[in-house]
Design a protein around this ligand. Structure first.
Ligand SMILES: Cc1ncc(COP(=O)(O)O)c(C=O)c1O
Length: 368
């Protein structure tokens, strides 16, 4: 049994012992056995979204943001690219910031932190401004935990013959995404999220035709997905030093994902966690921030306890001492904290976390 605290966070998450053990072996980056692991990961990631016929999977070193930036820089042309970002949280804001950094024109549609993106607003913006070439959508906005309507937005973008880039960082593997039904040019995610690997690499599922057209767009050699793809196709190797231990463990985590029953089973487990969490916290008097209709089963934002002595730091430390790591809130105006539903938690992890929060709240009340 592990004595580590459970991570109730949006990643890095609690991963299985089997995944951790897969990191105990050293691999040569030129070695054929290692490169066959990379090939298997690429194939399996593509299969999760049914993209083999139309898309390519390009892995990239680094955290998720590196892959988001790589997708934008590689696919949005420097000269006339114009990205529309429907914005309802910090990760959407980060996309807009990346576009500005890269000198790509960006326009936002701004929403409140508790409102989902509306496909009709995207439709209006595209109809009004023919210069918009791409829409960048965050599928699950991890800041508050909102589920944005990927499929509806994708249909609108396709109807207007524009291109869609999706940040699916905290949805890939848990929520259904089907490239045969939902048109997108790029879908970005990373190893340390719903597929429950360690952090350290991202990947982009890119429409093959868009990738083929993207040569020369990239502003950065290290983040050029086209260059990474061409090299990988030619050699089966990563262009630059791969995070070998992370790749091996990610492969092992994907094998466990498939054994569990793939996306449907993973999504059902997270949904159960989410329901148990919201019900249990509600019984303790803690209200979740989002309406149920837009709550993704990934991470839940709760209003801070209604107690004048409440401070996140001491609350966090007290819950951590009982074996559960919570996550700070990321809202701009309200005092909140977040609890993740993802990772190797089982029913006991969520139930235990609720008990720990209840215990700490009781201590806070007694000390007041
Ligand atoms: C929706 C979303 N996008 C992007 C990121 C950024 O990933 P990273 O911190 O791995 O760079 C995260 C991280 O949690 C996320 O949830």
């Amino acid at each position: 049994m592990s004595t580590e605290p459970y991570l109730l966070t949006p990643g890095p998450l609690s991963i299985s012992m089997r995944t951790k053990q897969a990191m105990l072996r050293d691999w040569g980056s030129w070695d054929v056995d290692f490169n066959s692991i990379t090939g298997r990961i690429r194939e399996r990631l593509l299969a999760i979204v049914h993209g083999a016929a139309t898309h390519e999977c390009v892995p990239l070193q680094g955290s998720g943001t590196f892959s988001v930036e790589a997708a934008l820089g590689t696919l949005v042309p420097r000269a006339h690219g114009h990205v529309l970002v429907p914005q309802n949280g910090a990760y959407c804001q980060r996309i807009a910031r990346i576009c500005r950094y890269l000198g790509r024109k960006v326009t936002t549609i701004d929403y409140a932190e508790d409102a989902a993106v509306k496909a009709a607003d995207v439709e209006r913006a595209l109809a009004q401004d023919p210069s918009i070439t791409h829409v960048a959508l965050v599928h699950c906005e991890t800041s508050a935990g909102i589920l944005n309507p990927l499929d509806e937005v994708a249909q609108v973008v396709a109807r207007h013959e524009r291109r869609l880039i999706v940040d699916a960082m905290s949805s890939f593997g848990a929520l259904e995404i089907d490239a045969r039904r939902t048109p997108f040019d790029a879908l970005v995610a990373a190893s340390g999220k719903c597929l429950e690997g360690p952090p350290g690499m991202g990947f982009v599922i890119v429409r093959r035709s868009a990738l083929e057209r993207s040569e020369g767009n990239g502003h950065s050699l290290a983040l050029d997905l086209y260059d990474q793809w061409v090299y990988m196709q030619k050699t089966t190797q990563w262009r630059y030093t791969p995070p070998t231990h992370v790749v091996a463990a990610f492969d092992c985590a994907i094998a466990q994902f498939l054994e569990e029953g793939g996306q449907a089973a993973r999504g059902a487990r997270y949904a159960r966690n989410c329901r148990t969490l919201i019900d249990g916290m509600s019984a303790l008097g803690l209200r979740s921030f989002l309406p149920a209709s837009i709550q993704a089963p990934i991470i839940v934002t709760f209003h801070a306890p209604d107690d004048p002595h409440y401070q996140f730091k001491s609350f966090y430390n007290a819950v951590k001492a009982l074996g559960y790591v919570l996550y700070p809130g990321k809202l701009t105006t309200l005092e909140t904290f977040r609890v993740g539903c993802m990772g190797q938690l089982g029913e006991r992890g969520i139930g235990g976390a609720i008990e720990a929060v209840g215990q700490v709240l009781a201590q806070m009340r007694a000390a007041a």
